[in-house]
Write a protein that binds this ligand. Structure first.
Ligand code: GBH
Length: 444
C-alpha cells in the first residue's frame, strides 16, 4: 500500500485528474475546431501526428470511467471543460450538446458520491479565437470570462471547486516561446503577452464567477524545482532566472500583484502597454491554490539564445518522460508557496504522477514503479502538512492513459491502462493499490 487514508485528516480529499482534450474524443458532440487539431495536423509537431479526435472516447464511456473513479474510492474527480465543445466559435451561440454533456457528467459524478472539481481551460483554444491571436489578444480575458459564465451558468451550481486555467506557464511559455504546444510559436513578444493575458483572463473570469455567487475558486500552477548545475555565479543566476520564469512569475502576479525582478529584467519591453494596471484584476482573491508537480530540472548558464539557460542531465532515476524522480521538490514547493505566497490559503496538489511503458502481460499491468512514485510523493505532502502547510487534497494524474499532447499516445500516465485499438480499460496494479490505501477504516 502506498499510504493509508488514516494517515490524513478525515476531510483530506483524494482525487484523480484528467482533461477534456486528452480523453473525451473531440470529434463527437458538435465541438468546434481547436488549435490542437490544427497544431497536430502539421507534420513535425506531434508524434505520429496523433490528435484528440477519438482519444479515450470518454464522451461515450464516461459512466464506466466514473465507475472506476468511484470503485477506487476517490473523493473527487478533477476534469476540464472544452471551450470549443461549449462554444464552437469561441463566442456566441452555445452548442446544446456540449452543455448537455457536462451536465450529464456532473450528475453522474454526484450519483456516485464523487465531488466535481472543474478546470475551465486545459489547453484547447477554439480555433475561431486562436485565429484572432488567442492568448496574445488582449480581448482574450473577456472572451474567457464570457465562456466561464456560460459553462458555469449550466453546471456551476453543482461544482465542489472551480479552477480557471491549467498551468499558465504551459499556456504561455511552452506554447509561444518553446513552440512545443499549440499554437507552436517561438516569439518572445507573443510569449510576454500570453504570460500577462493568461493571468488577466484568470482574474477576469474569477470576478465574473464571484458575481454569479460562486465560491471555492482557485488557480492551478505547474512547478518544477530548479537546481543549479554548479556553484558558479552564472549557473546560480540561470537557476534563479528559470525559477522566476517557470515558477514565480504566475504565483507572484496572482498573490503579490507584481512580477519578479529577475523576469522583468528581460521581459518588460515585451509586455503589453499598461500591464501594471491589470494587477487589480489579476489579484482578485482566490479560495485555494493548486500545484501540479512532477519533477525537477538542473540548469546551467549558456551564452546562447535568451533566456540564457540550458538543461543538464541529472543523476536521479527517471520516468519514461526522462524526468528525474524527486519527491523532495514537492515538499519544498509546498513549504515555499505557503511561506512566500499563499499563507493560510488552502493548497491542493492538483496533479502528480508518472509515465511508464506499462506493457500488459497476461491481462495485467504491474506498475510497481508508479506505486513507489505515489508513496514517496504522498509522503512529501504529509511531511509538508506536519510542518504546518494547509494542504487539503491530492490528485493523481491521471485516471486513464491518454493523449499526452506533443508525445501522442506514447506516454502512459494512467492508473488504468487503455488499449488504444479496442479502447478497453484495465486497472493497473497502482489502481488496486490506491483502492486499498483509500479504504475507510470502520471506526466501529
Ligand atoms: C501536466 O503538465 C499537464 O497538466 C497534463 O495535461 C499532462 O498530461 C501532464 O502534465 C503530463 O505531462 O518536453 O520534457 O520539456 C505538467 C507540466 C511542463 C509537463 C512542461 C511537460 C514539458 C515536457 N508540464 N513539460 S518536456
Amino acid at each position: 500500500m502506498p499510504f493509508r487514508r488514516a494517515d490524513f485528516p478525515d476531510d483530506f480529499l483524494f482525487g484523480t485528474a484528467t482533461s477534456s482534450y486528452q480523453i473525451e474524443g473531440h470529434q463527437f458532440g458538435g465541438a468546434g475546431q481547436t488549435h490542437w487539431d490544427t497544431f497536430a495536423a502539421t507534420p513535425g509537431n506531434v508524434l505520429r501526428a496523433e490528435n484528440g479526435a477519438l482519444a479515450c472516447d470518454h464522451y461515450h464511456r464516461y459512466e464506466a470511467d466514473l465507475d472506476l473513479v468511484q470503485t477506487a474510492g476517490f473523493d473527487c474527480y478533477r476534469f476540464s471543460t472544452s471551450w470549443a465543445r461549449v462554444l464552437p466559435e469561441g463566442r456566441g451561440t452555445p452548442n446544446p450538446e456540449g452543455l448537455d454533456f457536462y451536465d450529464r457528467l456532473t450528475d453522474a459524478m454526484l450519483a456516485r458520491g464523487i465531488k466535481p472539481c472543474v478546470t475551465l481551460y486545459h489547453w484547447e483554444m477554439p480555433s475561431a479565437l486562436a485565429d484572432r491571436g488567442g492568448w496574445t489578444n488582449p480581448d482574450v480575458a473577456k472572451w474567457f470570462a464570457d465562456f466561464a459564465e456560460v459553462i458555469m451558468g449550466r453546471i456551476g451550481d453543482r461544482m465542489h471547486s472551480v479552477a480557471t486555467i491549467n498551468e499558465p506557464w504551459c499556456v504561455a511559455w511552452l506554447s509561444h516561446f518553446e513552440g512545443i504546444h499549440a499554437p507552436g510559436l517561438r516569439d518572445i513578444r507573443a510569449t510576454a503577452r500570453a504570460m500577462h493575458h493568461v493571468l488577466k483572463a484568470h482574474g477576469t473570469a474569477t470576478q465574473a464567477m464571484r458575481a454569479m455567487g460562486m465560491n471555492n475558486l482557485g488557480a492551478v500552477f505547474n512547478m518544477e524545482w530548479a537546481k543549479a548545475a554548479s556553484d558558479s555565479a552564472a549557473d546560480e543566476a540561470a537557476r534563479a532566472r528559470f525559477d522566476g520564469y517557470y515558477n514565480r512569475f504566475y504565483l507572484s502576479g496572482v498573490f503579490k500583484g507584481a512580477y519578479p525582478a529577475e523576469v522583468l529584467a528581460g521581459l518588460e519591453p515585451h509586455l503589453p502597454h499598461g500591464w501594471q494596471d491589470d494587477f487589480a484584476t489579476i489579484t482578485t482573491p482566490v479560495d485555494w491554490c493548486g500545484i501540479n508537480y512532477y519533477t525537477r530540472r538542473i540548469v546551467a548558464a549558456t551564452d546562447g539564445a535568451w533566456p540564457s539557460l540550458r538543461d543538464v542531465e541529472g543523476p536521479l532515476p527517471k520516468t519514461y518522460m526522462d524526468w528525474e524522480i524527486y519527491p523532495d521538490g514537492l515538499y519544498q514547493f509546498l513549504i515555499r508557496t505557503a511561506a512566500e505566497y499563499t499563507g493560510d490559503t488552502p493548497i491542493l496538489v492538483t496533479e502528480n504522477g508518472m509515465a511508464a511503458p506499462d506493457p500488459m502481460t497476461g491481462g495485467k499491468v504491474e506498475d510497481t514503479h508508479r506505486i513507489d512514485y505515489i508513496r514517496d510523493h504522498v509522503a512529501a505532502v504529509r511531511r509538508a502538512m506536519d510542518d504546518g502547510v494547509p494542504v487539503k487534497g491530492y490528485f493523481l494524474w491521471s485516471l486513464l492513459d491518454n493523449y499526452e499532447w506533443a508525445l501522442g499516445y506514447e506516454k502512459r500516465f494512467g492508473l488504468v491502462h487503455v488499449d488504444f485499438d479496442s479502447l478497453e480499460r484495465t486497472p493497473k496494479a497502482s489502481y488496486h493499490a490506491l483502492a486499498r490505501a483509500l479504504e475507510r477504516q470502520d471506526h466501529g
